[in-house]
Design a protein around this ligand. Structure first.
Ligand SMILES: Cc1cc2nc3c(=O)[nH]c(=O)nc-3n(C[C@H](O)[C@H](O)[C@H](O)COP(=O)(O)OP(=O)(O)OC[C@H]3O[C@@H](n4cnc5c(N)ncnc54)[C@H](O)[C@@H]3O)c2cc1C
Length: 539
């Protein structure tokens, strides 16, 4: 069974290695974790549902709790402390278009809002009910998980939008194909959720972001239905797919999604390389990206993340030995780890290997073969389980991310890390922060920051600390020319920063689109668009 207040299946536990505990303790100081609220205690706090009965809606308390929050740090604090202000009043599991339309009518007639819910893995508050005075229903799309068809000639496939990553890949693998979209939340996130948040998978350098894969499909909105045909390309005016991508459940419910797929690769290799310093790694990664060498992933950790990665992967023998070897070879301090992947046809792989190796050598990269790369690959979807043990150990962990052009990367990284590191100095608390370049493009790269700090015995104070850090980091991101999100989306948490990026006319355009698709404002109010967060005045 899936955890109700953390990440992943209850039966799976990924322990923090002792080396990592020592590292965190040395940096952040000792911890005194408070116990979490139990499931029964939280259920006892849920207020009665305000909904008039409907045959498609469950008002079961546990169901409502399990759809009340996503996976952001504020969500974890709320779930683990039991301080969840607002619950959905019910949960619906529609299995077809007619049932969704029926729920639209019910919502309109009863002034209830609907929150499209994919896998609930949002880390920015996308699926949290946030309007105290408006009853809400979580529209769980997990039953829209059909495989419709695969057209091998055109290399496109159609699925129900509620299908989860593993089910989608399993279905395509059977036919010798893959979508190749692997966000770290792969285990639970859904195809519809990926499109609605403009998600980016780990091997996007080869497979593309979800917007490159999204060929068409069907969106049911309160104002009507849009069917998008999977043209290979079109000059017939603006591309409506671009409006639906990133619409975060505000413009309608994606019921079917048509995606561009690829044959399974003949070669898939993951490698680890060490650089003397971040600057050498940065130069290598940038040159590979700008030489159009078709690697599938380039992930360059800064020195702090490199140390944490090594501490976390310590199995007692290999890592200390590896560190000794690195020291012997002159890699004493500040060295950085690059993990890269080659995904290709056999006949191309040799040339790609050679082209990458030549750039790595030029920048004095030390190849460690496939050992570290394979280890990373095999644990990439279990790493999020560490969040459970880190929390239980007594620490709060969160991530944030951006993308910026190459000429701003150095200054942005420094500024954002500085603002996170120093954010709690007035409270005499330290924050450990580290980062990696996670997706690279010809023109720039995304930067992914992870930070940890000690939890307080008062959940309100932990939330306040998160807020101070998040505000400081977000403002630095914008000040240094980054987007407020490269892959996580806007949700509730990034709304305060969106208008600085989109401008007044841009925000007005989004608001107008929402009015067109959803004249009564029943879909996911409060998310993405700040001033559309109440039932419309004209109701
Ligand atoms: C551990 C972890 C790792 C992550 N790693 C990545 C990563 O590598 N890359 C990345 O891009 N993101 C990542 N994320 C963020 C998250 O997984 C993505 O935003 C994902 O796309 C959300 O999909 P979901 O199905 O869980 O959607 P939900 O969280 O359920 O919903 C997200 C938004 O999409 C809307 N929505 C969902 N389905 C539909 C639909 N069918 N029609 C209309 N609207 C819909 C919802 O209303 C909501 O606004 C990670 C999250 C976690 C917790």
């Amino acid at each position: 069974m899936r955890r109700w207040n953390g990440w992943g299946e209850e039966s799976i536990e990924v322990k923090l290695p002792h080396t990592a505990i020592r590292y965190l303790n040395d940096y952040l100081g000792s911890v005194h974790p408070e116990p979490d609220c139990s499931l029964d205690d939280v259920i006892s706090l849920i207020p009665p549902s305000r909904l008039p009965p409907h045959p498609l809606i469950s008002c079961d308390s546990e169901d409502r709790l399990r759809h009340s929050r996503g996976q952001s740090l504020p969500d974890w604090i709320a779930l683990r402390s039991g301080k969840i202000d607002i619950f959905p009043d019910g949960v619906a599991y529609p299995k077809n278009e007619e049932e969704i339309k029926d729920l639209f009518t019910y919502s309109r007639q009863n002034a209830i809002c609907l929150i499209p819910y994919g896998g609930g893995t949002s880390v920015v508050g996308h699926i949290n009910p946030n309007q105290l005075d408006i009853p809400s229903v979580a529209l769980d799309l997990s039953r829209l998980n059909n495989f419709h068809d695969l057209d091998k000639t055109s290399q496109i496939a159609k699925f129900g939008a509620g299908i989860r990553g593993p089910d989608l890949e399993q279905r395509l693998h059977r036919e010798g194909y893959t979508l190749g979209h692997f966000p770290q939340s792969f285990e639970y996130s859904t195809l519809g959720g990926w499109v609605a948040t403009r998600s980016c998978g780990q091997q996007s350098h080869y497979y593309g972001r979800i917007e490159d894969m999204f060929a068409g499909g069907q969106l049911i909105s309160p104002a009507g239905t849009i069917k998008l045909l999977p043209f290979p390309a079109s000059a017939a005016g603006p591309d409506l797919r671009q409006i639906i991508l990133g619409s975060e459940g505000r413009f309608g419910v994606l019921t079917e999604v048509i995606v561009r797929v690829k044959p399974l690769p003949e070669v898939e290799e993951f490698y680890g390389v060490f650089f003397h310093d971040w600057e050498s790694g940065y130069k290598a990664v940038k040159e590979i990206a700008q030489s159009d060498i078709p690697v599938s992933m380039l992930r360059l950790s800064d020195p702090e993340e490199t140390q944490v990665t090594l501490a976390l992967s310590d199995d007692g023998k290999m890592v200390p030995l590896g560190k000794q070897v690195l020291k012997f070879l002159g890699y004493s301090q500040g060295y950085c780890l690059l993990i890269y992947a080659i995904t290709a046809r056999k006949k191309h792989a040799g040339n790609i290997r050679a082209a990458v190796s030549s750039i790595l050598r030029k920048n004095r990269g030390l190849g460690s073969g496939k050992f570290i790369g394979n280890k990373w690959r095999h644990t990439r979807f279990s790493t999020p389980y560490l969040r459970n043990s880190i929390w239980e150990y007594g620490l709060a962990l969160d991530t944030l991310e951006t993308a910026v052009s190459w000429n701003q990367i150095r200054s942005l990284c420094q500024a954002v890390k500085g603002s996170i590191r120093n954010a709690l100095s007035n409270q005499n608390e330290k924050v450990l922060v580290f980062s990696h370049l996670s997706h690279v493009y010809n023109y720039g790269a995304s930067v992914y920051f992870t930070y940890l700090f000690r939890r307080s015995s008062d959940p309100g104070l932990t939330l306040h600390h998160w807020y101070i850090i998040k505000s400081a980091a977000s403002q630095s991101i914008l000040d240094y020319g980054g987007t407020i999100s490269h892959q996580h989306g806007v949700g509730l948490d990034h709304i305060p920063y969106l208008s600085q990026e989109k401008g007044q006319l841009g925000m007005q355009t989004l608001e107008n689109l929402s009015k067109t698709f959803d004249p009564d404002g029943i879909l996911n109010p409060g998310v993405l668009i700040p001033d559309a967060n109440k039932f419309r005045d004209e109701r």
